[in-house]
Design a protein around this ligand. Sequence first.
Ligand code: C2E
Ligand code: MG
Ligand code: MG
Ligand code: MG
Length: 291
Amino acid sequence: REASQIPQRFLFYKPFMSSGMADRIIMEQELHKALAHQEFYLEYQPQVNLKTGNIESLEALVRWHHPTRGFVPPDMFIPIAEESGLIIPLGKWILETACCQAKAWEAQGLPQMKVAVNLSLGQLFQQDLVQMVKGILQQTKLEPHYLQLEITESMTMNIDQMTQLLHELKALGIQIAVDDFGTGYSSLSYLKDFPIDCLKIDRAFVRNIQHNPNDEALVSMIISMAKHLRLKVVAEGIEEVAQLAFLMDGGCDYIQGYLFSKPIAAEQLTETFQELHSHAEEILGQFKYVE
Ligand code: C2E
Ligand code: MG
Ligand code: MG
Ligand code: MG
């Protein structure tokens, strides 16, 4: 995505305001330094199981804290990391860090949770992707079942290639989710061929669910389709109880959104885990007595 297409609200970040070539080059150079200077870190956002109220997984989201510019949103730097090839070492760092953290939580006595890691398109084309994932699982000793990779629909890779790659990844014992489902370009036909476990409904469909009958229809359709295909469904970007009510009614499996928690740093998650859990139970408790 070109910087000029990034929604205005992300552009609080002055030096990259224009999408000029010079700015892109500067950002690219700074991104390279950022990895060496450890300016990246991960935040984690809970995914709550609506049937049990438990936090069953955490999505890892990369953050860049630039020493002088401050916080740069991933929507802005991931595309540049992709174009410059930096996504390969950065993606590896993200995966290692997330798997390592998942093991650390286990050691600290938190319930075992899945960690969901976003893969970008450039990584799907990475020759040694499967070997890399395998190596990281061995090195961190994370049980493969507790790693979920999130991929996005895209028309740049052909279906046969993608099916092959996903089968190789699945053979490692990990889970695969399709992120931002419904916003991509691809046809539905891949759903029958791809070995996937989970669909994530994009926030764009959920945002106006209470006000827009078309969004309501689409979300219900996605959930019911997922059920028929025996896939789990995660709805992202849930901010309001009314949205939650609709999704619970429709049989959505997991919810991820500010209503439960914003993405938070690893240490903060450890410290506040009980509170997060109680908070989720409290919200879901409202529904137990409704019927
Ligand atoms: P995504 O994978 O779809 O991640 C979900 C985004 O929705 C995150 O934005 C998250 O903070 C935001 N979100 C979650 N709940 C709510 C909510 O209730 N309200 C609102 N307004 N937003 C919510 P974030 O962290 O800014 O990431 C944006 C995108 O950047 C991600 O979308 C993903 O495509 C990419 N990204 C983030 N981290 C990584 C990463 O580690 N690797 C790769 N390849 N891409 C990443
Ligand atoms: Mg994601
Ligand atoms: Mg998403
Ligand atoms: Mg997204």
